[in-house]
Write a protein that binds this ligand. Structure first.
Ligand code: NAD
Length: 728
């Protein structure tokens, strides 16, 4: 399992390139040396080359043993005094991907973390003070602790492929090995803080503009660049005057408060304390290296033991678990998509962007034309190079006659949600498809057991349930049924890995997992609405819990027509049955008449400019919510807080209960898959670590009691699922 932020897709491309490793040769047999993870050799110019090549790992990550060895290397360098030092990664994939995140799991004692960090700081300070020119030569990713090592060198030389970032904030942390002060001392401190507050990466050229790297070059010029840096031809990397002015006290106070209000909007301090802790650090100590170093160490240690950081570390591994399902091999090259509508068009575009040759069929030429137009808009947004955009558009082939089916390795069907239509299409497709090709449906609601009847090769048929918008929603449910072959499921997972999506295995069942769990949440919001609660208030309650958007806004975003059809389907299919596995189902609430009326009138939400909200420029127009923010310590405040807590439970607990039902019915295999799917498929409050993790932390019996109380007050729809008693 990977345990760093290293991105995967670049590896294949980089692996083919030769790295300039000075006196070392890429891939040369490693003779046993004094260190397991580092190799040191001096070239004919008297320059020492230190290669970081972590043992038994495809990526370099920092851990205590790695840093202890680096300390020993520094002993030797201080003794030998070469003319200069180059630090480089021996891995084709990149420089250093950050800290080994497994070290962060389950830690509870800040004092112990402080001790560990102080040790790390001493080592990087030694590197920083080394009395010879030091140059980090960086290719591929240079993240977190990796960037901190690079910042402790005198110069940074980037290969064009390099990218730089501090992703710690995504784990509820900030840099902890000197990054906070070294970066804010080196470049414009507002830009430095933005990098650390957002976790975004900078590519080599923009890192050069920021002053983060001294130069950008190609492998063939590395040797000459290193020689001239060691000869003292490079000016010392230094902050400019504006940057220095921003680092003085009053400017920091002013800029800090602006940053704080921006950060609060995106990630409230109560739920995500790291951004504000980072702003505090800089505001109080910016420009004073010693003070900031001490404060960075204790702030990092405090953050790491918070439930937010621990839950975000959990989320990191949940993602890795889902990603690892996609590790298998599948050599398919061609995808054919049937149906160029909202989903099919975007699935085709995404596959072409990720290197597949894609033919796109539809009964209407306009639908294909619309999909290609949307694809080109998407590519322009996400692409950095015009050649990438051109190549992806070349790979996306309009195919009105459906000729591409014959040569496709994978055929994905995304036509309207009608059983007979889909079956008719399969019958025709199977006649033309290769015997070893896979047929997948994007259906949201039709049982795969029904869809597969009549197929000649049911074992090569499965569901690939993408979410809208395809380019942004990482999760894809991989839907199995009792006749599908294991190698087909494995191939589908591997396909999803190649298009950078996260596979989630689910068994065919009403709504699969994600829609099944989301629907009670949205339906309860509709009931609250009918009972007179303003929509803004409902949304604010869910957002305060940590959902990225409230259920009413979400319904508009997804489309009220889609919500209606999923709700109708679930109401029909989720009925008590004789099957022991499905013995218990709570009734889903009645579908409000107004929902049906709105859909009939074409008020479908964001896509039509009006749904439950009015929409302008892609944003819902909202009034301020009628809930105190934060609850005021005034008479009646307790009642307000209780009311808010109950409203939040009414929204959130039925969603978690549906997750428990899905586990009991074996729709999903385990709690981790549920939590990962709900976080990556719905944005379920990441700092809570997932719905089941939240329930576990709150106490299963507490949640069950709350559901029982809601059931006696508001009705049977809240009756807890029997699956709760099976959770250990
Ligand atoms: P859509 O109506 O936007 O697109 C369907 C397309 O299929 C249209 O372009 C239509 O012309 C074409 N089509 C109809 N009959 C055809 C035929 N015989 N041959 C070729 N093309 C034909 O629908 P959509 O929203 O893209 O949904 C497609 C599928 O994806 C459905 O099964 C739906 O349940 C599922 N889905 C939708 C969403 C969503 O949010 N829209 C999300 C997940 C899954």
């Amino acid at each position: 399992m990977k345990s760093s932020f290293a991105p995967k897709p670049a590896m294949a491309i980089l692996g083919k390139r030769d790295l300039e490793l000075g006196p070392f040769a890429l891939g040369e047999q490693q003779e046993p040396g004094p260190w397991a993870n580092w190799r040191l050799r001096t070239d004919e110019d008297g320059i020492a080359w230190l290669l970081f090549d972590k043992k038994d790992s495809s990526a370099n990550t920092l851990s205590e043993p790695v840093l202890t060895e680096l300390n020993a290397v520094l002993d030797k360098l201080e003794r030998d005094r070469p003319r200069g030092l180059v630090i480089r990664s021996g891995k084709p994939s990149g420089f250093i991907a950050g800290a080994d995140i497994t070290q962060f799991e389950g830690v509870t004692d800040p004092a112990q973390i402080e001790t560990m960090l102080r040790g790390g700081h001493e080592i990087l300070d030694r590197l920083d003070r080394l009395p010879l020119p030091t140059i980090a030569v960086i290719h591929g990713y240079c993240l977190g602790g990796g960037l901190e090592v690079a910042l402790a060198c005198d110069h940074r030389l980037a290969i064009e492929s390099a990218s730089f970032g501090f992703p710690e904030v995504l784990l509820g942390l900030h840099p902890g090995l000197g990054g906070t002060f070294r970066l804010t001392e080196l470049i414009n401190p507002v830009k430095a803080m933005t990098m650390m507050l957002t976790g975004k990466t900078e590519r080599a050229r923009s890192a050069k503009r920021l002053g983060l790297v001294d130069a950008v070059t190609q492998e063939r010029h590395v040797r000459a660049a290193v020689r001239s840096a060691v000869a003292g031809d490079w000016k010392p990397a230094k902050q400019d005057l504006i940057g220095r002015l921003m680092n003085i006290g009053p400017a920091r106070g002013f800029l800090g408060s602006r940053m704080r209000s921006e950060a609060e909007k995106k990630a409230p301090r109560k739920n995500y304390p790291a951004p504000s802790a980072l702003i505090d650090l800089w505001e109080k100590h910016g420009g004073d290296r010693d003070a900031m170093q001490k404060a960075e160490i204790s702030s990092f240690a405090r953050l790491l033991v918070t439930s937010t950081a621990q839950n975000l570390v959990r989320v990191f591994f949940l993602r890795e678990n889902l990603k690892s399902l996609a590790d298998g091999k599948w050599n398919g090259k061609r995808v054919h998509v049937i149906g160029a509508g909202a989903m099919g068009g975007d699935i085709a575009a995404w596959c072409a962007w990720n290197g597949f040759t894609v033919s796109l069929g539809d009964m209407k030429a306009e639908a294909i034309a619309g999909a290609i137009k949307r694809a080109s808009e998407l590519y322009r947004k996400i692409g950095h190079k015009s050649t990438d955009i051109r190549d992806a558009l070349d790979r996306l082939v309009p195919d009105l006659r459906g000729d591409g089916i014959r040569s496709a390795d994978l055929v994905i069907e995304a036509v309207p949600e009608k059983l007979e239509l889909k079956q008719r299409i399969y019958a025709a497709a199977e006649q033309q498809m290769r015997g070893d090709a896979i047929l997948a449906t994007n259906t949201s609601s039709i049982a795969l057991e029904q869809l597969r009847t009549g197929l000649r090769r049911p074992e090569r048929f499965l569901g690939l349930h993408f979410f809208n918008p395809v380019s942004r929603m990482q999760l894809v449910e991989v839907v199995s049924h009792d006749a599908v072959a294991q190698d087909v499921l494995a191939a589908a997972n591997a396909f999803l890995g190649r298009i950078d999506r996260l596979p989630t295995p689910v068994r065919s069942a009403p709504g699969f997992l994600v829609n099944r769990a989301l629907m009670p949440y949205m339906m309860e919001a509709f009931i609250l609405l009918d009972q007179g609660t303003p929509k803004e208030t409902i949304d604010a309650a869910a957002e305060r819990f940590g959902m990225p958007m409230g259920p009413i806004e979400l319904a508009d975003e997804v489309g009220l027509d889609i919500c209606l059809s999923v709700a109708e389907h679930l109401r029909q299919t989720l009925k008590p049955s004789a099957d022991a596995r499905d013995m218990f189902e709570r009734p889903l609430p009645d579908i409000p008449q107004w929902l049906q009326d709105k859909v009939a009138k074409g008020e479908l939400g964001r896509k039509t400019g009006k749904g439950l909200y009015e929409w302008k420029n892609g944003k819902a127009i909202k009034k301020p919510p009628e809930i105190p923010h934060p609850p005021q310590p005034a008479p009646g405040a307790q009642a307000e807080a209780d009311h808010l807590a109950e409203m939040t439970d009414r929204l959130i607990l039925p969603m978690i209960d549906a997750c428990v039902a899905c586990l009991r019915q074996r729709v999903v295999a385990d709690e981790e898959t549920v939590d990962g799917a709900m976080i990556f498929g719905t944005g379920f409050a990441p700092f809570r670590g997932g719905p089941l993790h939240y329930a576990r932390a709150r106490g299963f019996s507490n949640v069950v009691t709350a559901l029982e109380q809601l059931a006696s007050k508001y009705g049977e729809r809240f009756r807890p699922d029997p699956g709760w008693s099976q959770l250990a």
